[in-house]
Design a protein around this ligand. Structure first.
Ligand code: CAO
Length: 425
């Protein structure tokens, strides 16, 4: 079966997490992704958080599946020639260098566009144009500057960052959409264009409901926030809402059987209005169906803490999975808090390819998250990440068409070797 992006070639200048998640998705959809890495070191994550000595880290392997790797010193004159040839033969250049790096390398947009007018140049930066545009940015910086941290956590506690990498992987996803959109537009215009996604913007986009609430504040308190029921006045900005639901239907994380010893024996429970009567039956409070303090959503709002305390009395009699089964029969929205261990062992996620086992020549077998986006006519087969420079000669010959003599010249130039200073360290 053919792949959706078959025939698209990506010049992958990405590193760390944000950019690599983007190009990994494109590779899973069938693009030929050529990852250009610094000779000797490669993507810095190869050596970060290493769990197996002398093997690429999981940090690297889990973000760089289905790619090929070429090492190239792009500051070496011959290296620049190779890079120019790569620009001519690729459709998209993706990069998440620090601000200005590509220009300093001698490849600003104007030059790339002149070399290959069809090339799409896609970039992730921490910030868009403005006061912070020159800053280098990592995940948690984006979470803090994009509105996620100020709205995550409990009202009386510190702002919190989330475990989900919404700054890095979230922005990678945004960029991937920008790239395929630009590729589609190119089929009509024949021209490349610049695609940029700033991490701050990506996080703000994902925190969109909180900007909604910021404006609602001007018209009165946010009644679905626990703080309203607790009689605590709202300030000028959207507060942290603990585990309240963002959708306007009250929701909380509640203890389940075993919570005393299992840190994940909890369930998310939403008291969605249309199923309120069923909730009353399940928890053994049928009188709440008609009682004026409980029957209507507005009446319940000031009593949410007491209501959820009563629901929790019931959830504590069930395991999170038993509660899920019982509640789902009545379409009561809920979800067990699943640990990474449970997700890693989940057979249904294995069956769909969302969790995959991959073999690697130096580290052996490991599991990874596969492609979460399923295309019926473009199935994803996850293959291992490349070793550093594993495909250098293959790319020089097969993709760029260099002769043996030219390849030897490139080797002799030092363009494929680590810069001398690093080699001496
Ligand atoms: N050959 C020669 N030089 C190379 C090279 C190659 N193949 N690949 C990279 N380099 C050089 C660059 O030219 C640059 O040199 P100069 O600074 O002298 O111009 C240098 O490597 C450093 O590049 P960098 O600024 O991208 O890397 P960094 O480690 O200093 O910063 C990061 C990392 C992530 C903070 C920065 O790249 C960044 O802000 N990126 C944009 C935002 C982003 O994606 N952040 C997410 C990171 S994941 O949490």
């Amino acid at each position: 079966m053919t792949k959706a992006l078959k025939g698209v070639r990506i010049l992958d200048f990405t590193h760390v997490q944000s950019g690599p998640t983007c190009t990994q998705l494109l590779a899973w959809f069938g693009a030929d992704v050529i990852k250009v890495e610094r000779p000797g070191v490669g993507d810095i994550t190869r050596g970060q958080l290493q769990d197996v000595p002398n093997a690429d880290s999981l940090y690297f392997t889990m973000l760089n599946h289905n790619k090929r790797s070429i090492t190239l010193d792009t500051k070496n004159p011959k290296g620049k020639e190779v890079l120019t040839a790569l620009i001519k033969s690729c459709d998209v250049l993706v990069e998440n260098f620090g601000p200005g790096v590509l220009d300093r390398m001698g490849f600003p947009w104007e030059k790339i566009h002149a070399i290959n007018p069809k090339m799409i140049v896609a970039s992730i930066k921490g910030f868009g144009p403005g006061p912070y545009e020159d800053c280098k940015v990592y995940e948690n910086v984006a979470q803090c500057t994009g509105g996620a941290a100020s709205t995550t956590g409990f009202r009386d506690g510190l702002p919190l960052v989330t475990g989900a990498q919404i700054g890095d992987s979230g922005t990678g996803l945004h960029l991937a959409l920008g790239i395929v959109t630009a590729l589609y537009q190119r089929t009509m215009t024949g021209e490349g264009q610049k695609v940029t996604a700033a991490m701050q913007d990506g996080v703000l986009n994902l925190a969109r409901v909180k900007l909604r609430d910021q404006q609602r504040l001007a018209h009165g308190p946010l009644k679905e926030y626990s703080q309203f029921g607790e009689g605590i006045p709202f300030g000028e900005a959207v507060p942290r809402a603990g585990n309240d639901s963002g959708g306007g239907q009250p929701g909380r994380i509640l203890k389940c059987k075993g919570w005393e010893t299992d840190p994940n024996a909890y369930i998310y429970f939403i008291t969605q209005a249309p199923v309120w009567e069923k909730i009353c039956d399940v928890i053994g409070e049928p009188v709440w169906k008609t009682h004026p303090d409980y029957a209507k959503p507005a009446a319940r709002l000031p009593r949410l803490n007491a209501i959820f305390a009563r629901i929790e009395q019931w959830t504590m009699t069930q395991t999170k999975f038993e509660a899920m089964d019982i509640l789902n029969k009545d379409d009561i929205p809920c979800g067990p808090i699943l640990s990474m261990k449970e997700l890693a062992e989940d057979q249904s996620l294995r069956a769909t390819g969302t969790v995959v086992e991959v073999d690697h020549p130096t580290r052996g077998k490991y599991i990874s998250v596969g492609n979460p986006i399923k295309l019926s006519d473009s199935p994803t087969e996850v293959t291992r990440s490349p070793l550093l420079g594993e495909h250098t000669d293959e790319i020089l010959r097969q993709v760029l068409g260099f002769s043996d003599h030219q390849v030897a010249e490139i080797h002799d130039s030092g363009a494929l070797d680590p810069p001398r200073k690093q080699a001496a360290e």
